[in-house]
Design a protein around this ligand. Structure first.
Ligand code: TRP
Ligand code: SF4
Length: 338
């Protein structure tokens, strides 16, 4: 019992992109899963964030949310131990985002890599919106809402957590200890490239999805781009120039790493053999996920029930935070009854 009361709160999330690929898995999920053992976890599907850069067509949101939840549960996010919820189902996120916006200097928002890249560098007029500029403000609200101690993220998200810390600090300095200052926890996993050697992305059609069958996975691994200098089987390769090696670092048992490097650099084996070893590791890694998925598929409404319960638990926490926030900021105490 006492262990549950001393658990630190964790919040993380991602936008609903639908079926999750190995990049999503290694970059986020794999880090979240073990943290469920000793943290009070909130895993959020950031559907409002998905609108910030894609507000013209929201039609795929429902199925993306469904697939994402199913994949999360398949790999081991456990609704018995963690709260899995949808951002837009907890309207307090909008309220807190609005309030934090009052404290947000424009310069802080404009300092976002994505804003600088899309709006300033590329000059995409359709991205020059109030909502997109507010991306880090909304993300700060997500985190502060749960008084999260820790936010496990990839490198690209650190700038957002820093802004969140700044905003929380700014409010605290003026209004007392309103928010806990969150810390980020960085994933050190390598970034996995798509099987064509480019960034793994749905739009490039180069993803390996965690829901794929063994056969489908092998078909994609088989054609993975390798060290371009290794043209013939007799040419020695350089693992550092090969994304297959990045995959090995994540999925293949450490005890085999020496053998892989040796066989590559001496042309002791061909890339196909190397990929076979990788495939076997990945296939074994996702066997439990396949089993869980098969069990979940026998309960068609399960994902909806999981979200309903998660949304309810998240809302409860959010409402508690917001009543403190309103009180400390001398706002009208609208807790529903007044
Ligand atoms: N910006 C994150 C991403 O693109 C998603 C996100 C939204 C998030 N709110 C968050 C991540 C709060 C961590 C904490 O992946
Ligand atoms: Fe890459 Fe393996 Fe081929 Fe070396 S042997 S180039 S690590 S696939």
């Amino acid at each position: 019992m006492s262990s549950t009361t001393t658990r630190k709160t964790l919040l993380s999330g991602s936008r609903p992109t639908g079926r999750q690929h190995l990049g999503n898995y290694v970059g986020a999920l794999a880090q979240w899963i073990p943290m469920q053992d000793d943290h009070d976890c909130f895993f959020m599907i950031a559907d409002w964030h998905a609108l910030t850069n894609n507000y013209n067509d929201t039609s795929s949101l429902p199925e993306n949310i469904q697939y994402q939840v199913l994949d999360w549960m398949a790999v081991g996010l456990d609704p018995e131990r963690a709260t899995i919820f949808v951002q837009s189902a907890v309207k307090e996120h909008a309220e807190l985002s609005l309030l934090l916006g009052m404290f947000t200097p424009l310069g802080l928002a404009e300092r976002c890599t994505s804003w600088k890249d899309l709006v300033i560098e590329q000059g995409l007029e359709e991205m020059r919106t109030y909502g997109f500029l507010g991306y880090p403000v909304l993300q700060s609200a997500d985190i502060l809402m749960y008084q999260a101690h820790v936010v496990p993220v990839g490198k690209d998200q650190v700038e957002h957590i820093e802004k969140c810390q700044d905003l929380a600090q700014k409010v605290n300095v003026r209004y007392g200890e309103v928010f806990r200052i969150p810390q980020w926890k960085l994933s050190h996993a390598p970034v996995l490239l798509g099987n064509d050697g480019r960034k793994m992305s749905k739009s490039y059609n180069n993803c390996i999805y965690i829901s794929e069958s063994s056969e489908e996975m092998w078909d994609k691994i088989r054609v993975m781009v390798t060290d371009p200098a290794r043209i013939r089987k007799t040419d020695p390769g350089n693992p550092e120039k090969c994304s297959v090696w990045d995959y090995h670092k994540v999925f293949t048992d450490d005890s085999r790493h020496g053998e892989i490097v040796e066989n590559c650099t001496t042309a002791g084996w061909g890339c196909m053999q190397c990929k076979k070893v990788l495939f076997e590791a990945i296939d074994a890694h996702f066997a439990p996920a396949r089993e869980r998925r098969a069990a979940h598929e026998k309960q068609p409404g399960l994902w909806k029930d999981v979200l309903m319960e998660g949304n309810r638990k998240a809302r409860e926490r959010a409402q508690a935070t917001m009543s403190v926030v309103r009180e400390k900021l001398h706002l009208y105490p609208s807790n529903g009854s007044e």
